[in-house]
Design a protein around this ligand. Structure first.
Ligand code: HEC
Ligand code: HEC
Length: 341
């Protein structure tokens, strides 16, 4: 019975396919010969995602997976972050005509792994790896998933539920630091990564990748490197792309550029039209918003207060940190005191 049905179905399918071929003058597109590529899914184990090779805890990317860095820092309780991107075979990111996001092909994977060193003054000391966050794009939309590492650092398991993990490490001055690290739930991911109910990546804008990261991946301009290895297409000259100011770089950027850059990276994903923040509280913190439209000047007192607060539901960012970003706060106060209406 089952077999008969199956054969019938198969015959129908073949008929359908051949009729399409003749009727529509269907011609195969370039990459059809690669065979159908199954849409990416979140496997249970991180080791099954094909991101890393060898001993998982070494965080060694597979040859087709590429390290990328951003030129301005997002604060997450001092955790280190490794960001990786993988394009599907034969595909590239496409320039979209501006310095914001390129177009990512289906089956793009982006990962971000959070870790501390047991001894922050010695990067050869063991890593305390906490979570690997992953974005995959399938059927035109992004999906978010999180893998939580086990204590032995041998595997990480998919989970939608956040949890609080106590972390203890030696800081660069040799002082023991205790952090209650909050692993976000899937709902939390959505709070930051959604705009008008559509999931988005936040970091890999062209202007944030347009610099020389001098990392294990490349020691030239990162965009140029991606172009050279065929991962990015459509840009004829990288000087057409703007550069986001590194807010830590006092030499090359003034306090106004540094302040706006920090607020863009650390705050704008929630504070922009379509973001999490309810209307009424809407501040448009995007770098591309006119200063007079951002609300930064009018709210400077509130901003100063909330970035230094640790009170739950009052502190800003409202999720993503439990301690104050001392360095960031010092710069922001200087910025908030310098701005004029
Ligand atoms: C408090 C806001 C916030 C929350 C919550 C959050 N993210 Fe992000 N995420 C960011 C910001 C900002 C960036 C870009 C800066 C960076 O890479 O450090 C980012 C970057 C990423 C990246 C790298 C690609 C990209 O979008 O830039 C991935 C992957 C990612 N997040 C996945 C997740 C997942 C999965 C969750 C939930 C488990 C999550 N994030 C929760 C703010 C957040
Ligand atoms: C994860 C999302 C999220 C991020 C990231 C975030 N905020 Fe907010 N912010 C909110 C929400 C939600 C509210 C409204 C509720 C409230 O006032 O607590 C808010 C309110 C505010 C207000 C009060 C506005 C008013 O009209 O009273 C200020 C000021 C503010 N945020 C500043 C910041 C700054 C500065 C940053 C970055 C350092 C930041 N926020 C990052 C979600 C966020």
């Amino acid at each position: 019975m089952m077999k008969k049905h199956f054969i019938l179905l198969l015959t129908l399918l073949i008929l359908l396919m051949t009729s399409c071929n003749s009727d529509d003058g269907f011609t195969p597109i370039d990459d059809v010969d690669q065979g159908p590529v199954a849409p990416l899914v979140f496997e249970t184990k991180l080791s099954e995602m094909g991101v890393f090779s060898g001993v998982l805890a070494n965080l060694e990317p597979n040859p087709n997976v590429h390290l990328y860095d951003l030129n301005s820092r997002l604060f997450s309780d001092n955790a280190h972050k490794q960001r990786l991107i993988r394009m599907p075979e034969g595909k590239a990111m496409q320039y979209n005509g501006n310095s914001l996001f390129p177009l990512f092909p289906d089956n793009t994977l982006i990962s971000k792994t959070f870790y501390f060193y047991e001894d922050e003054s010695n990067t050869a000391s063991n890593k305390i790896i906490i979570e690997t966050r992953i974005l995959i794009k399938t059927e035109g939309t992004w999906k978010l998933g999180d893998y939580i590492w086990n204590d032995d650092m041998t595997e990480a398991i998919y989970s939608d539920d956040g949890m609080l993990v106590p972390i203890s490490y030696l800081d660069t001055e040799g002082i023991v630091q205790e952090v209650q690290y909050q692993i976000p739930s899937n709902q939390d991911c959505i709070s930051c990564h959604h705009n008008y109910d559509i999931a988005f990546p936040i970091g890999p804008k062209l202007r944030s990748m347009n610099f020389n990261p001098n990392n294990e991946e490349t020691s030239i301009n990162q965009l140029q490197h991606f172009i050279n290895i065929g991962m990015l297409e459509g840009i004829s000259n990288i000087s057409d792309i703007t550069v986001l100011a590194d807010w830590e770089d006092e030499e090359n950027y003034d306090i106004f550029e540094r302040g706006r850059s920090y607020i863009d990276i650390n705050c704008a994903h929630c504070h922009q039209p379509g973001g999490l923040v309810p209307t009424g509280f809407l501040l448009d913190f995007r770098l591309e918003a006119e200063f007079s439209e951002t609300g930064i000047y009018e709210h400077r007192g509130q901003i100063e207060d909330r970035i230094q607060s640790n009170t739950p539901d009052y502190l800003m960012p409202i999720i993503g940190r439990s301690i104050v970003d001392e360095e960031g706060v010092a710069m922001l106060i200087e910025y908030l005191e310098a701005i004029e209406e």
